[in-house]
Design a binder for this molecule. Structure first.
Ligand code: TXA
Ligand code: MG
Length: 392
């Protein structure tokens, strides 16, 4: 485990010694119903608090002050997943990798945990969250699957598809997760670590992207740490995410399937399984509460973003598609040297972060074809280029 990000923000990287979580400041729920691991968590928290006092006096150790909350960053091996599951059971928050982006997970049946997600992200609380499950069978406990939903789940789960379905009344989900809507967004992620965590915790996990509200979604554990260090209990590091874009969101609460968000599964693949065209009337901010999270300024880097740029102007950074144009001297990289949209999707958020960190006031972005995953990439780029407001 090693994990100091470039800002040096993450100063606590092991769950064996002095590092412990911000949750240590909260009361641990009564012993009833907690696993042995959760008790281990409690003991380690107490030990960590004792250790904090000791290490804080030692100048040779990299520690935050005892008053500063800690976040554990751990390689996602079995032991770390067990500790993370215990944290989740205790109502703490854990960031974990999925195949799309890193998620900020909390127990979806625990209102305090869900409220903690909004607080950690600084997210407007009217945004409903996606609930993650280990299998379609587990998902069926929380929503009503009509034949279309069952077909899509069979075809694409586990995978980068989120289905918005009528919520079951006895679902036991915190009302905060669905922001009071009668529907719920469900997804079965296709990532070994995510599924192991879901199995080990035994809880449905509400998990928005693990970034501060309005920031670019994280595709590495270091991105998560840069945004959320000190605000959550733990980050499981499973390496860079494969898809790099969030899941496609499909609303099946009405008679016509409605595409709420372009994402990792493209429209043609969905239409082939549905046997019918999707309604993709653009979702705008004022259609809330249908998809209140789809604020137009989502995914914003600090720099301004100029779209459809054949080449950068002087002092602009450049994000290309295909080989970079000759003569570019400023910060520049390409999403894919070979015009591969899948590779471009996987690189998008990390590339925006890198170019943002290079300090240019504007990032010029090459035109991206609007087919296949290009629809989702263009959607994210348009949001990155839009005037700024809150988002998730
Ligand atoms: O790939 C992903 O989907 C990632 C990973 C972590 O799974 N998660 C993610 O979650 O992107 P989040 O919270 O950033 O995006 C959830 C979106 C929001 O735009 C929200 O408004 C919409 O899903 N949503 C959630 N529940 C909904 C519902 N019942 N009806 C309509 N939209 C809903
Ligand atoms: Mg998000």
């Amino acid at each position: 485990m090693s994990a100091i990000d470039s800002t040096g923000a993450l100063n606590c990287i092991s769950f064996h010694s002095t590092c412990w979580s911000p949750a240590g400041r909260r009361a641990v729920p009564s012993a009833d119903g907690l696993t042995g691991l959760a008790h281990g968590v409690k003991q380690r928290r107490q030990a960590a608090r004792r250790d904090d006092t000791r290490t804080a006096r030692r100048p040779d150790r990299i520690v935050t002050t005892a008053a500063t909350p800690r976040t554990i960053l751990a390689a996602a091996d079995d032991a770390a997943i067990a500790v993370a599951a215990a944290h989740l059971a205790a109502g703490d928050l854990v960031a974990f990798p999925t195949e799309t982006v890193y998620g900020l997970g909390g127990d979806a049946t625990n209102g305090r945990a869900v409220a903690g997600i909004y607080a950690a992200k600084g997210r407007p609380s009217f945004n409903p969250l996606i609930v993650h499950l280990p299998s379609a069978e587990a998902a069926a406990r929380f929503a009503v699957f009509d034949p279309r939903a069952a077909r899509l789940a069979a075809a694409f789960w586990p995978g980068a598809l989120t289905l918005v379905l009528p919520k079951r009344n006895d679902a036991g989900l915190s009302d905060l997760v669905t922001a009071g809507l009668g529907s719920v967004a469900l997804r079965v992620p296709d990532h070994e670590v995510a599924r192991a965590l879901l199995q080990a915790s035994g809880r449905p996990l509400a998990a928005p992207s693990a970034n501060r509200s309005g920031h670019v979604s994280p595709t590495t554990a270091a991105h998560v740490a840069a945004d959320l260090d000190g605000r959550i209990a733990m980050i499981l590091d499973g390496g860079p995410t494969a898809v790099g874009l969030e899941s496609t969101i499909l609303d099946l609460t009405g008679p016509v399937a409605r595409l709420l968000r372009h994402g990792g599964i493209d429209r043609a693949a969905l239409e082939a399984v549905l046997g019918a065209p999707l309604d993709d009337t653009p979702v705008t901010d004022d259609v809330a509460p249908v998809a209140p999270g789809l604020l137009s300024s989502h995914y914003a880097p600090a720099a301004r973003v100029r779209l459809d740029a054949a080449a950068p102007r002087p002092s602009e950074a450049f994000l290309g598609f295909g080989p970079l144009p000759a003569g570019v001297t400023g910060p520049a990289e390409t999403l894919s040297a070979t015009f591969d949209l899948t590779e471009a999707a996987a690189n998008l958020f990390a590339a925006l972060r890198r170019l943002d960190a290079a300090g240019a006031a504007t990032i010029a972005v090459a035109p991206i074809p609007a087919h296949g995953l290009g629809e989702a990439i263009n959607d994210r780029l348009r949001r990155a280029a839009a005037p700024r407001e809150g988002g998730g």
